[in-house]
Design a protein around this ligand. Sequence first.
Ligand SMILES: Nc1ncnc2c1ncn2[C@@H]1O[C@H](COP(=O)(O)OP(=O)(O)O)[C@@H](O)[C@H]1O
Ligand SMILES: [Mg+2]
Length: 262
Amino acid sequence: MATVISFGIQKGGSSKTTTSAIAAYLLSAELGKRVLAVDLDSQGNMTELLMGPDVDIYDYQGQTVFEAMKEQNARKYVQKIPGNDRLDILTAEDHLAAFPSWLYDGYKGNRALVLKQTLDSVQDDYDYIIIDTPPALGDQTINALAASNAVVAMFEASKFCYSAIGRFLETCIHIQSTVNDKLEIAGILRSLIDARRYDNKAFIELIEADYEDVCFKTVLTRTAAIGRLGINGFNKGYELNNALNPYREFMEELMQRVKVTV
Ligand SMILES: Nc1ncnc2c1ncn2[C@@H]1O[C@H](COP(=O)(O)OP(=O)(O)O)[C@@H](O)[C@H]1O
Ligand SMILES: [Mg+2]
């Protein structure tokens, strides 16, 4: 059975996509795990990041996670990631924005469990399923949480993200008590930190004071190499290897936490 991990927060620009894509990449390319990445954001950024700069997300129109959920059949729509035998993806593009209207017009079952039921058929094909979510507490995020063993709450050091985090964790707890008692909050991951900004430093400390044990020890900074991932993809270029080091540290922590919680 795969361990399913979601990355979320209802605030855009918090490194959800970047971090979830890197997690899927490191687990498969470096840790030898079989991984399915699931892009649940209609922006399709995780698809773009993992497929690489030469692939157009619209090439997968009609073969995305949305079709997989409509048919409750993941295997039919899983795509291979070029150059990485152990990493597959359920892609996304703009039409996924119609997921809520499909859910409320055409779907008869429990609306929170569509993704879980879709992934059930491929649970044994993978060691990990890594889900990227959109910046909202809407149906995609609810489905991601309902399908997950663990969730990483992304925290980018800003007032808006600070305002969002409490409600995000409440939503996770609500999902635990209603549709998914297996869900564990793996932790709050601080990212996109600019060490030169005193307000960033203040938010790092504030969130730690509020949620001490919940915060991962690893704090991810803003680096040019990670910022350029969308342009360069995961080419084994000179600048990427060092930039991934803090993410390797985070993955070690994550594996330890998920091992004890799942
Ligand atoms: N560690 C990082 N260093 C530099 N830029 C980053 C880093 N993480 C994310 N970014 C950039 O910040 C922006 C938002 O990140 P993204 O992963 O798309 O966030 P989200 O999915 O939460 O909206 C993107 O342009 C991305 O390239
Ligand atoms: Mg994103």
